[in-house]
Design a protein around this ligand. Structure first.
Ligand SMILES: C[S@@+](CC[C@H](N)C(=O)[O-])C[C@H]1O[C@@H](n2cnc3c(N)ncnc32)[C@H](O)[C@@H]1O
Length: 221
């Protein structure tokens, strides 16, 4: 893990905890687990990474990128956008794909990217547990719309975070965490087909893989 990126990540977390949602970037073990479904694929595909941060997962994606694959990298935070451009997309794995336009950095919220073609894989670092329920529901609906039929949505969450946050909070925060948790449990029960628990991450995390078979409805209750 790059120490300077970890420090910059933590500084951005202190400034904007709800949007960054983690105190440290994902480890290489967690990044690999998030890319596992894409790694198994042996045809040209379109991939979207959402919430790239300082680029832990982006680096893994760069190693896996096939000669005809296309990758959009979406990041809302302008400082992280600068780090991605300077320290990650400048790597030799990314030089040709960026120059030819197969890899694009989208410096905007995922809610606004409006892709013209659907994706085969969407890999997300978004901190759903820190979001309002209406934002989680909106993002799940968008992700389902952006995916091709049979496409895979991979995201992570820290082991036990939802339960611990609900137990240690009260009032509005507790009811927010509980409603987000119940939304996520429902989505996991209906759509998760694979999961890896990664202990070599701080904190340990589940990498979850979901497939939306039919037109799922993701309304905030
Ligand atoms: C928990 S960090 C994950 C960073 C990185 N993927 C990793 O695993 O180390 C969440 C990231 O999502 C970004 N983010 C939050 N809301 C977003 C949104 N609506 N659209 C795009 N990115 C967003 C944050 O700026 C932050 O970089």
């Amino acid at each position: 893990m790059n120490l300077s990126h970890s420090i910059q990540f933590f500084q951005r977390y202190l400034r904007n905890p709800r949007s960054v949602g983690a105190i440290a970037p994902s480890s290489s073990g967690l990044s690999l687990a998030l890319c596992e479904q894409y790694r198994r694929c042996n045809r040209a595909v379109r991939v979207l990474e959402v919430g790239a941060g300082t680029g832990s997962v982006t680096r893994q994606l760069g190693r896996l990128l096939g000669p005809d694959d296309k990758l959009d990298i979406c990041e809302i935070n302008p400082d992280f956008g600068d780090i991605l451009e300077r320290d990650v997309l400048s790597h030799r794995n990314y030089r040709e794909p960026v120059a030819s336009g197969r890899v694009r950095l989208l410096r905007q919220p995922v809610q606004e990217i409006a892709p013209t073609e659907a994706y085969d894989y969407i890999v997300s670092g978004l901190p759903f547990t820190a979001f309002e329920l209406k934002d989680v529901a909106e993002i799940f609906e968008i992700i389902q719309r952006y995916l091709k039929p049979g496409g895979v949505f991979s995201y992570f969450e820290y082991v036990g975070l939802r339960k611990t946050s609900a137990a240690l909070s009260w009032g509005k925060k507790r009811s927010r965490v509980r409603s987000v948790s119940s939304f996520l449990n429902k989505a996991i029960r209906a759509h998760e087909f694979d999961r890896t628990t990664v202990l070599t991450n701080f904190p340990p995390a589940h990498a979850r893989h979901l497939r939306f078979q039919d037109a799922a409805s993701f309304q905030a209750a």
